[in-house]
Each structure stands twice: as structure tokens, then as C-alpha cells.
Design a protein around this ligand. Structure first.
Ligand code: SF4
Ligand code: SF4
Length: 69
């Protein structure tokens, strides 16, 4: 999941401009994701000059994993 750290965001709009799916908007001077999921192209992560966007991974529970036969 894409995670925006609002304390680092200055609302420069670069992430909004590079997002091909229109998934980011600027609200009150801070970037916000519109949808919970996206294409995970990571363009916003790589282009943010303030390192305010990161990738948060879900912890995979052991019982949820599938063992190959
Ligand atoms: S590129 Fe970074 S600093 Fe600029 S609006 Fe997006 S999250 Fe905020
Ligand atoms: S990872 Fe790609 S699709 Fe998802 S919000 Fe960032 S730029 Fe948009």
C-alpha cells in the first residue's frame, strides 16, 4: 500500500502530476490518496523530492501462506 507521510509533504503536486491513474489529490496543502488501491507503479514514491511517500507492506500471516506441493 502506498503511504503518504503528511508531516514531510509540502503539497508540491509532483506526485499528483506523475500518477497516471489520478489516484492522488492535494487537500489542504497535503497529498492524499483517492482510492485504497492503485497500479503500484511507484512513480509517486520515486518522484517525491521530500521522500514523503513510501510503500507499506502488509505482514503476511503464516497461516495465510500456501506451501507448494
Ligand atoms: S510529491 Fe511529495 S511533497 Fe510533493 S505533494 Fe506529493 S507527497 Fe507531497
Ligand atoms: S503508485 Fe503509481 S498509480 Fe499508485 S498512487 Fe503512486 S503514481 Fe499513482
Amino acid at each position: 500500500m502506498i503511504c503518504i507521510m503528511t508531516s514531510k509533504c509540502i503539497g508540491c503536486t509532483i506526485c499528483k502530476q506523475v500518477c497516471s491513474t489520478g489516484n492522488i489529490q492535494i487537500v489542504d496543502g497535503k497529498a492524499q490518496r483517492i482510492a485504497a488501491t492503485c497500479d503500484f507503479c511507484l512513480a509517486c514514491v520515486h518522484h517525491c523530492p521530500f521522500h514523503a511517500i513510501g510503500l507499506k507492506t502488509e505482514k503476511i500471516q503464516k497461516q495465510d501462506t500456501v506451501t507448494p506441493k
